[in-house]
Design a binder for this molecule. Structure first.
Ligand code: SF4
Length: 356
């Protein structure tokens, strides 16, 4: 799985299963693939994937596909089906799939605000991010209202049995940094349907937002470091690096006090210049605070400034995920104990496979 996520996958039949994910905030250009009962997101639209040794043959009548490495069959895989809620639209004609999408096999995910102060200038933007691309391509809308999110969440739970929901957002300002939008959204969703929710935003300027988010119905919180070495942060995400690591750490501590150990997480993109040692060192500090460090392989997304940046090698990922999985388990912060969100879903990294 680690190799598949690093190299990506070529598809003999690109229409197999649910449509793949392009653009949006955070990682993209993936397709959900079920391997050995684990659903993982595998790059399929990146230039690395076009040269991958892995190919998925066209699915048979049961939806099963043979995974080959070179010419050698190595596994049977399948693709989660297109969810039924994708066939619906709001009264004013917005397709539900433009409001939220299925991630992994049972996660409903949405970027509540598809614009970002970090994206207004190419000089300040996070170079890995494609938040503006799906909007420009007409695959989503700029701002999902609380009512729209509640309507789609209810349908996705009733029709497709989704188990938890991720609300991420572009950063709208330099004060609450998205916390307010997440509160309004979660409140409306929880009034419509009982589903665990993860909110994801930059650390707000005031720790009181954590209690407000929890009171609004957010069960777990993600504040994503992405990269961890100061010089690499300044180079890869010059705008977001204006919030220092020290603020992330104080925010993590305050958030764990509200949401509980293991219910606060961060996303770290391995392969953008941080060393293995730098990543493991900050993960140790995060684990000591009770924060789940979700380390994922960087995926170079087409159309971003980093589209030609190489994906990390499987050996590099294993050298981080193997010791990290043991440390996560030793700290008692396993993926399976998280109520909602990326760490629980686990599809963008094979970390949970190493948590024995
Ligand atoms: S880990 Fe997060 S970003 Fe990746 S598929 Fe799951 S919910 Fe989506």
């Amino acid at each position: 799985m680690t190799e598949l996520q690093s190299f990506g996958l070529r598809l003999a039949d690109p229409s197999a299963g649910a449509v793949s994910r392009r653009g949006g905030a955070g990682p993209s250009d993936h397709k959900a693939v079920v391997v050995d009962g684990h659903t993982i997101m595998v790059p399929v639209h990146t230039s690395t994937a076009w040269h991958s040794p892995f190919t998925a043959q066209a699915p048979d009548a049961q939806g099963q596909s043979t995974l080959t490495r070179g010419a050698i069959p190595i596994a049977r895989i399948s693709f989660p089906k297109q969810p039924r809620f994708y066939g619906m639209q709001t009264f004013d004609g917005v397709p539900y799939s433009h409001i939220a999408t299925l991630h992994g096999s049972d996660v409903l995910a949405t970027t509540v605000l598809q614009t970002c102060i970090r994206y207004e200038s190419r000089r300040k933007t996070c170079k890995f991010c494609a938040i503006g691309q799906s909007l420009a391509a007409g695959r989503t809308i700029a701002r999902k209202t609380p009512e729209q999110l509640a309507e789609v969440a209810r349908a996705a739970v009733l029709l497709d049995g989704v188990k938890h929901m991720v609300l991420t957002t572009g950063t709208p300002n330099a004060t609450d940094r998205g916390a307010q939008i997440l509160c309004e959204s979660a409140f409306a969703i929880k009034a419509a349907v009982d589903i665990p929710i993860q909110g994801q935003c930059e650390p707000p300027d005031d720790d009181r937002w954590f209690a407000r988010m929890k009171a609004a119905g957010i069960d777990t919180l993600g504040m994503h470091l992405e990269v961890v070495t100061p010089a690499v942060r300044a180079q890869i995400m010059p705008g977001k690096a204006s919030v220092p690591i020290s603020r992330y750490m104080s925010a993590f501590e305050a958030a764990v006090g509200v949401f509980g150990r293991g219910q606060v997480s961060t996303y770290i993109l391995a392969g953008l210049g941080d060393t293995r040692e730098a990543i493991l060192e900050i993960c140790d500090a995060l684990l000591a605070l009770g924060v789940y460090p979700f380390v994922v392989p960087f995926v170079p997304i087409s159309g971003t400034p980093l589209e030609d940046h190489p994906a990390p090698t499987p050996a590099f990922m294993q050298s981080i995920l193997q010791p990290l999985g043991q440390r996560v388990a030793a700290a008692g912060l396993r993926s399976g104990d998280i109520k909602a969100g990326c760490g629980k879903c686990g599809a963008c990294s094979s970390l949970s496979v190493y948590e024995n």
